[in-house]
Design a binder for this molecule. Sequence first.
Ligand SMILES: C[S@@+](CC[C@H](N)C(=O)[O-])C[C@H]1O[C@@H](n2cnc3c(N)ncnc32)[C@H](O)[C@@H]1O
Length: 304
Amino acid sequence: MDPACKNSFHRRICDGDLVIVYERYDTMKAIKVQNGSEFQNRFGVFQHSDWIGRPFGSKVLSKKGGFVYLLAPTPELWTLVLSHRTQILYIADISFVISYLEIVPGCLVLESGTGSGSLTTSLARAVAPSGHVYTFDFHELRASSAREDFEKTKSSNLITVDVRDIQGEGFPEKFYKMADAVFLDLPQPWLAIPSAGKTLKCDGTICSFSPCIEQVQRACETLRSCEFTDIRTFEILLRTYEVKEIKMEGYSNDKGTASALPCKRQCSDGGSISERTSRITVRPSSESRGHTGYLTFARLSVTS
Ligand SMILES: C[S@@+](CC[C@H](N)C(=O)[O-])C[C@H]1O[C@@H](n2cnc3c(N)ncnc32)[C@H](O)[C@@H]1O
C-alpha cells in the first residue's frame, strides 16, 4: 500500500485489516477483521466474512436489517477511537500543527512524548511516502503500545518509536542539523528546547504544546535564548455544529404566505395551522471541546 494515498481509494477490506465500524458521528469502534468472527451491536449481528472484499466506505447489513458503515482508519477517525493512555491532541490542534510546522512529504520530524500516538499518526501521513517521524517517550509501556497501534494503522514504516528521556538527555546526536520540524508535548519543554535547536536544519520549525500559560512563558524565554525567532502562541478553539431535523407546525394564510412555526400561536390574519412540516436546523454543539492547550511555534534563525 502506498501510505501517501488515502487507503480507501484503492483498497478493499482484507482479512486482518483494521476498520472503523461507524454507527453515527459519536458512536464508532475500531475492529480488526477476522474471517469467522462477528460484530454485535444494537442493530444486530454482523459477520466479518460479509465485509471481506468490500471497499472501505461500504454500508453493511446485519441479519435483522440494521446497518453500519465500514470506514478506513484515517488519522482523523483513529484519533477518535484510539485507547487513551494519556491526554491526546485532537484534530483542530493537529491540523494547525502540521500546517504551521510546514510538514510536507519527505520531511524528517522529531516528536516527544509519543503519548497515545494521536499526533504521530497524522504526522506520519503528512511526511509520507519518503519522510519519517522519530518519536520518543520515556515510558516503556506507552512506547510499546504506540508501536503496536502504528502496526495496526499500517503507519509503522513511517514511524520509529524509541524510549528516551528527552528532557534529561535531549534528542540523539545523530539527528543534529537533520530535522525539518520538532514537536514537543512535554511537561517541561524548556528543558528539551536547547537540544531541539541543535537537531533542526537552518530555518527549521518547532512547536511546543502546553496546557498552562506558565509553561508557555518559560518555553518562550528559552526559545528566545536559543536563537529562535518568529515566536508565536495560539490557542485553537473548535466549534462544531449539530445538524438536526425538527418537526414544526406548517402555517398558511389567504395571501398564500406559508411558513413553519416552532410553536402554535394566535393567527390574527386568518391564517391557519396546517399539518406538521420538518426543517433542518443547525446549532452549536453543547459538547464542543474548550481549552486543550497552547501551541507555541518558532523558527530557528540563520546566523550568517
Ligand atoms: C500528553 S502525552 C503526549 C500525547 C501525544 N501528543 C498524543 O497526541 O497522543 C505526554 C507524553 O510525554 C511523555 N513524557 C513526559 N516526560 C517525558 C520525558 N522527559 N521524555 C520523554 N517523554 C516524556 C509521557 O510519558 C507522555 O506519554
